[in-house]
Design a protein around this ligand. Sequence first.
Ligand code: GLY
Length: 378
Amino acid sequence: MQAVLKNNEAFIKETWNRIADKIAVTSERIKDSMPYTTKNGVYDDCQTDDASWWTNTFWTGILWHMYKATGQESYKQYAQSIEAKMDAVLHGYDELHHDVGFMWLLSSVMNYELTGDDQSRKRAMLAANTLSARANIAGGFIRAWNGDNNAGWAIIDCMMNIPLLFWASEQAKDDRFKHIGVMHADKTLKHFLREDGSLNHIVIFDPNTGEMLDNPGGQGVKSGSSWSRGQGWALYGFSQAYNWTKKPEYLQAVKRIAHYVLSCLAVNNYVPLCDYRQPADSQLLDSSAGALAACGLIEIAKAVPEDEQALYLESAVRILKALSEHCAVWDLSDECLLTDGTSAYHSDPEGRYHVHNGALIYGDFYFVEAVAKLKELL
Ligand code: GLY
């Protein structure tokens, strides 16, 4: 691990400095809003027209990374202001979905871990209770979305929500939250992960028995394809599940996923396609999938024996270099850090959330998180 870090020290430091310089400027325009994508180079704000949108605290997470690195008060103030605004969603209840994991991990948990704010701990515990209540015990999974016909639907993205349950168990000194996280991760292992290391995006279970009924196409090309962000959610999600539980099956699974993802990335110079099985003439990319994969690979490198670490760490750096070279926007022509993000292979060009080869706030977040991890290892 040390040799890889030393060989890439200049890249890691330079990339972090470029991120920090850009966020120092953009944060004074974006402030305490809830950006999702950029329009004409300017980040939008979802807080009035979709307060419960799942991406609404990724900017908060970036602000916390910057606060951790710099101690600058404005980052903390903006992040805490967004977290307070999210109370209306948390207490409004009806609009909550399984992505309460993303939403409160990147706001309240990050706040609590950095400042010890007790109000934040309570918010995160409330979110964890909500996520636990979405567990279908008979089915063995956590329900993804709301709506009348979605009782049996689970999606791979949820692997990134269950770290909230592991965190909550540690806080509560009671494994009941963790048991739900493990239940869901085990079900995911069994029904989402394919033999070759690729994964389904959506699986529909019988909500009364847990029998797998279907795996329809989701945000990738079609059922049976390989949506790159979904592979990234699994890669980073299972690496965190392993960190929290030390279940060897999760480490074995995440290595299998990693090897598959790396073979897919190698054929496109380490810049992810939107779907690793998309038609050969499609130019759709998804930089967020690469940033996520880099985070997961760094976590694997920390978990494996020393003689295996270089493979995963070097691969993470290779992806980040590709993103930095091909997708990063280092000047102020656009407020995003990464372009070439894609919301979904088939999304509607007129739709509110349609992004094809553009900015996605979560791509920026995981890029910052990956480089922050490397900087901390240095
Ligand atoms: N969680 C939804 C997505 O990855 O777009």
